[in-house]
Design a protein around this ligand. Structure first.
Ligand code: SAM
Length: 249
C-alpha cells in the first residue's frame, strides 16, 4: 500500500491496525474493570443466568461492543446443550462503532462459537421482523438518542415469545448508598478515565449520563410503551446497575 511517504506491506499495515484496535479494546476492558471494580463481569453473568439461554436460540446483542454478552450467552446455552442435546446457540453482535466490533474479534475467545458482527444503529435494525429469540443491550441504551425507537425495533425483531434484557447503570434507591455512590462516581471515575484512558472528559460525561438516565420504574414504563409485556427489573449491587426484562407476547 502506498501512503505517499512510505510503502507499507499489507501484512505490516494489518499488524498496525490490529495493534490500534487491540489497545482500544484493552483500554475499554480495563476501564470497565476499574470503574466497576470488576463487578461488570458479575452483573453480566447474573443477567445471563436470568435470561436462561437455551440450545439453538438466536441472540441479538445490541451495542454489543467487544462481544462479552454474546459469548457468555452462547456458552451458557451450550452448557445446557451438553446435558440435554440440541443445536448450538448463535449470536449477532451489533454495534454502531466498527472499531469496537473489530477490536472485539478474538480468534481464541471466538473459537467454536457461532458469532457474527453487524455495524448498525440500534434505532434502525437491518433485520426482518421476528428473527431473534432474545435481544440484549448492555450499557448501551443510555447512549441511544431515541430510546423508544430502539426499544420498538427490539420488539419488532423478536419472535413472539422472545425476551428482552437491558443491563444499564441505574440509581440506588437507598439514599445513603446513593450519596456514597455519587461521591465515588463524581470524584473517582473522571480521574480513573484520565489515568487509564487519558480521557477525563468522556468519563465525566459518562457519570453525568448515568445520573440523567431514567430511574428503574420510569424505564419500565418506556419498555412497556414499546410493546413489551411482563416488564420488570432486578437491582444489582444495591441498584448501581439494574437489569430490566420484558417479553414479546
Ligand atoms: N455491551 C458492551 C459491554 O457491555 O461491554 C459494550 C458497552 S459500551 C459502554 C457501549 C456501546 O454502545 C459502544 O460499543 C457503542 O459503540 C455502542 N453504541 C452507542 N450508541 C449506539 C447505537 N445507537 N446503536 C448501536 N450501538 C451503539
Amino acid at each position: 500500500i502506498d501512503f505517499g511517504f512510505e510503502t507499507v506491506r499489507t501484512e505490516d499495515k494489518q499488524g498496525r491496525v490490529k495493534q490500534v484496535f487491540d489497545s482500544v479494546a484493552r483500554d475499554y476492558d480495563r476501564m470497565n474493570d476499574a470503574m466497576s471494580v470488576g463487578l461488570h463481569r458479575v452483573w453480566k453473568d447474573m443477567a445471563i443466568t436470568t435470561l436462561n439461554p437455551q440450545p439453538g436460540e438466536r441472540l441479538l446483542d445490541v451495542a454489543g461492543g467487544t462481544g462479552d454478552i454474546a459469548r457468555r450467552f452462547i456458552k451458557a446455552a451450550d452448557t445446557v446443550r451438553d446435558r440435554r442435546g440440541g443445536e448450538t446457540a448463535s449470536a449477532v453482535i451489533l454495534d454502531i462503532n466498527d472499531e469496537m466490533l473489530l477490536a472485539g474479534i478474538d480468534p481464541k475467545k471466538d473459537a467454536g462459537l457461532s458469532l457474527s458482527r453487524v455495524c448498525a444503529n440500534a434505532q434502525i435494525l437491518p433485520f426482518e421482523d421476528a428473527q431473534f429469540d432474545v435481544v440484549t443491550i448492555a450499557y448501551g441504551i443510555r447512549n441511544v438518542t431515541d430510546r423508544l425507537a430502539a426499544l420498538r425495533e427490539f420488539h419488532r425483531v423478536l419472535k413472539p415469545g422472545g425476551r428482552l434484557g437491558v443491563l444499564e447503570f441505574s440509581t440506588p434507591p437507598e439514599p445513603l448508598i446513593r450519596k456514597f455512590y455519587d461521591a465515588y462516581s463524581f470524584a473517582v471515575i473522571p480521574r480513573l478515565g484520565q489515568a487509564i484512558a487519558g480521557d477525563r472528559d468522556s468519563y465525566q460525561y459518562l457519570v453525568e449520563s448515568i445520573r440523567k438516565f431514567p430511574k428503574q420504574a420510569q424505564f419500565v414504563a418506556l419498555i412497556e410503551e414499546a410493546g413489551f409485556a411482563k416488564v420488570g427489573w432486578t437491582d444489582y449491587s444495591a441498584g448501581v446497575t439494574a437489569f430490566h426484562t420484558g417479553w414479546k407476547i
